[in-house]
Design a protein around this ligand. Structure first.
Ligand SMILES: O=C(O)CCC(=O)C(=O)O
Length: 299
């Protein structure tokens, strides 16, 4: 659905100016939109999963462990497939006001894609390098986005998400190196004209939701503070937006309609999009890919 068509539907959670800001700037921040009751239920769910991770000694496709993870001092980078691991996350993805916020930006018919947690553990939680999201999961149009739910307060020192305003109107960048190895980020030499100095930090108290356009350039610094940065990431897409490739995390709920009705037609937006690697055999995480590149061990 085109932005003007989306905007012609009544707003549910965001106001009209916030929706217009998203389409113009490529991101939005809505503070205190998730109730304290939901935040506390979600944090309890996270605590249950962190407990489960204590026995692990290696990442396993669901739990992505940071170097130094032990049973006594767990250090997780990401937990994927959360809608299958604990029902609170699937309940939240379909029954809270978050899918209504997605409908505000994608139109009334919305599909669920995934729910994962990027924890950015205190004392060094890994940076995320500059990238765009759509090269990881090309689709027939650009009505797909990740919504980041702050489960605790996020300030500049916790390594918040940074977005370059209006970068969604710019080029789609190649996320492969010159030898056709997948990087999962954009090398610096391709970003000379990208106005990275204009990037804004998306911060806010627990209960804040940030959302960025799937073409927006974004990154985040390491978390060197003494407080972790648990951020729940939920992906939604317009029902008329169909994927070209298998998703990285294909949970049993992937593609479920969470608002509105099914689409009779796929909507196509023009442009050439490079295909990502075939994730159908399993995916670890953006942290894992970027770290392997840093270590010279491309996969
Ligand atoms: O957790 C972050 O700061 C970055 C999230 C992100 O861009 C991603 O996981 O693709």
């Amino acid at each position: 659905m085109r932005p003007n068509d989306v905007l012609s539907h009544p707003a549910r959670v965001m106001d009209q100016a916030e929706r217009e800001f998203f389409f113009d700037q490529g991101y939005a921040v809505k503070e205190n939109v998730i109730s304290p009751e939901w935040i506390s239920k979600l944090n309890a769910g996270v605590a249950r999963l962190v407990e489960k991770s204590r026995v692990l000694t290696a990442s396993d496709g669901i739990f992505d462990l940071e170097p130094g993870h032990t049973a006594d001092t767990p250090r997780l980078r990401r937990i994927a497939f959360m809608d299958e691991l604990d029902e609170v996350f699937w309940d939240f993805a379909q029954d809270s006001n978050l899918p209504d916020m997605a409908a505000d930006l994608m139109g009334p018919d919305v599909r669920f894609r995934e729910v994962m947690l990027n924890i950015k553990w205190m004392g060094g939680g890994q940076e995320v390098k500059w990238h765009q999201d759509i090269p990881f999961y090309p689709m027939t149009n650009f009505s797909v986005a990740q919504f980041l739910v702050c489960l605790d307060d996020v300030g500049p020192e916790q390594g918040p998400l940074m977005v370059v305003p209006e970068s969604h109107k710019g080029p789609l960048y190649d996320h492969y190196d010159d030898d056709d190895n997948w990087l999962g980020f954009i090398p610096d030499e391709r970003l000379h004209d990208a106005k990275l100095d204009d990037a804004v930090e998306l911060t806010g108290p627990a209960g804040t939701v940030t959302v960025h356009h799937c073409r927006a350039l974004h990154a985040s610094r390491a978390n060197l503070s003494d407080r972790s940065r648990p951020v729940l990431i939920i992906g939604y897409a317009a029902a008329d937006n169909r994927p070209y490739v298998a998703p990285a995390y294909r949970s049993k709920n992937y593609d479920a309609l969470v608002r509105g009705k099914d689409a009779r037609f796929a909507h196509h937006e023009p442009g050439d999009m490079r295909m990502p690697p075939d994730w159908s055999g399993g995916y670890t995480s953006i942290f894992d890919h970027q770290e392997k590149v840093d270590e010279g061990g491309l996969t």
